[in-house]
Each structure stands twice: as C-alpha cells, then as structure tokens.
Design a protein around this ligand. Structure first.
Ligand SMILES: [Zn+2]
Length: 240
C-alpha cells in the first residue's frame, strides 16, 4: 500500500512528476520469514502497463505514465503528479473551516463527504468499467501479482497464470483503498486513482475486495489474517 521501507516516493513539483522506486530488500520478521515486497521489477513494469491500459480502455482517471526503468534507487516508475489529498488523509487539514459543520483539523464534514463521494465513484465509475475488461488469463502480460492481503500471508515465490476457456477474469485494481484515491480538497470529489502495481485480471470475487475508509480497508487484511477459509477461497480461485 504505497509507502513502506523499500518503496521510495519522490515528488518533482517543478516537473509535475512523481516517481515510485522499489528496491530489492530483505525484511525478516520474528519467525525469520522474509516479509519484504516481492518482485520489485515486475511490480513497476506491471504498474506502468496497467496504468496505460486503464487510461486507454476506460474513463477512470489515472496518472499518465512518463517513464519506467531501473535507476540508483531500484526499479522505478515515473508518472504525472496528481495534485490533491489522499482520501485516507482528507480533513486532516480542512480547506474551508469557516463553513458550517467544518473544523480546521480532523474535519468530520470533509471526511464524511469525501468518503461518500469516493464510495459512489468506486461503485458507479470504477467497478462497472473494470468489470467490462475481461481476459481468459489471470494477471497482466503473463505476470500475476495478487493483492497485498494475499501475498503478505501466502509467501510463495511465484504465482502461475491461470487460463480459462472463457474470458471469466475481470480487471482488478488489486489495492483499492483510501491510500490510493486522490481527492480534490475543495470539491471533495475523486481526482484520480493510482498505485496499480497489483493490477491485473483476477477472478471476479477479487473485484469486491475494496473499501474507501481506512478501517474498512484494514478489515480486509484482518479477515484474511484471522479467517483462513476466506483467504483459502481467494487463493483457490487463483490456482491453475
Ligand atoms: Zn472540512
């Protein structure tokens, strides 16, 4: 989900660009299991490819891809910088505290309105268009990077593509939460959706795993960690 110790975000306000670099990393937990993000190279190339695909095939607002490659900080993707405030952080500093119901910090009005707008946007603009993008093979261009709440728990080294006789797999964002939705702090409407490193074609049940509020999004993780049958259902749908 965007920021972590191996992901470096650099904003260039003059150029109007943002670069996400992911460096190969080892992060051992208390059990000695490497919890670092796998497949840095595949992730940035997948992000560039899926952003271009979504921009080309839908009206979903995503940042334009400017460059992708390997640099001193690791594998990187550079995109257009979309101005705004993350839905997860909207209202932390209110832009209109003089209005009724608003307050300067931790503004409940901004939070409520932006969250409602985000939910409507996901339901009416994002999901219907993603559901129309179908494939008979999982992943994208032969690369399968399942959502983080799957790969954090199932630590396999490689996910095989799954092929079906019919195009039953639909395009999924893969990490559709309030940290990856940019809001206009004045209109409180969605400006863009980004962070598509987990994007690709997946069984349709994956399309329903999203939330526009932080608590709701962490509940998806919580469910996967605490309810093995729920995770097993998703994993089974991915197995060739
Ligand atoms: Zn406000």
């Amino acid at each position: 989900m965007g920021q972590d110790r191996q992901t470096i975000i650099t904003r260039d306000y003059e150029a109007g660009t943002i670069t996400k670099a992911i460096k190969p990393f080892t992060l051992l937990d208390y059990r000695g299991v490497d919890m670092a993000k796998k497949w840095p190279r595949e992730r940035v190339y997948n992000e560039a490819a899926t952003l271009r695909f979504i921009k080309d095939k839908t009206t979903i607002p995503v940042p334009a891809v400017i460059d992708v490659g390997e640099g001193p900080s690791g594998f990187f993707v550079t995109t257009e910088l979309i101005d705004g405030v993350l839905l997860a952080e909207i209202g932390d500093k209110c832009q209109m505290p003089w209005l009724s119901g608003h307050q300067p910090e931790q503004c409940p009005a901004c939070k409520t309105v932006a969250t409602a707008n985000g939910k409507t946007f996901v339901e009416e603009v994002i999901l219907p268009q993603l559901r129309e993008l179908k494939s008979n093979t999982t992943g994208f261009n032969g690369v399968v990077i399942p959502p983080p709440w799957v790969t954090e728990i199932d630590r396999r080294e490689f996910w095989k593509t799954k092929t079906s006789a019919i195009p039953e797999f639909v395009f999924c964002h893969g990490d559709l939460g309030p940290f990856n939705i940019m809001i206009d702090p004045l209109t409180l409407k969605v400006r863009a959706v980004f962070d598509l490193e987990n994007g690709g074609f997946f069984p349709e049940i994956f399309l329903e795993q999203w939330a526009v509020d932080t608590k709701g999004y962490f509940n998806i993780y919580k469910t996967m960690y605490e309810n093995p049958t729920e995770l097993a259902k998703l994993v089974e749908a991915l197995e060739p």
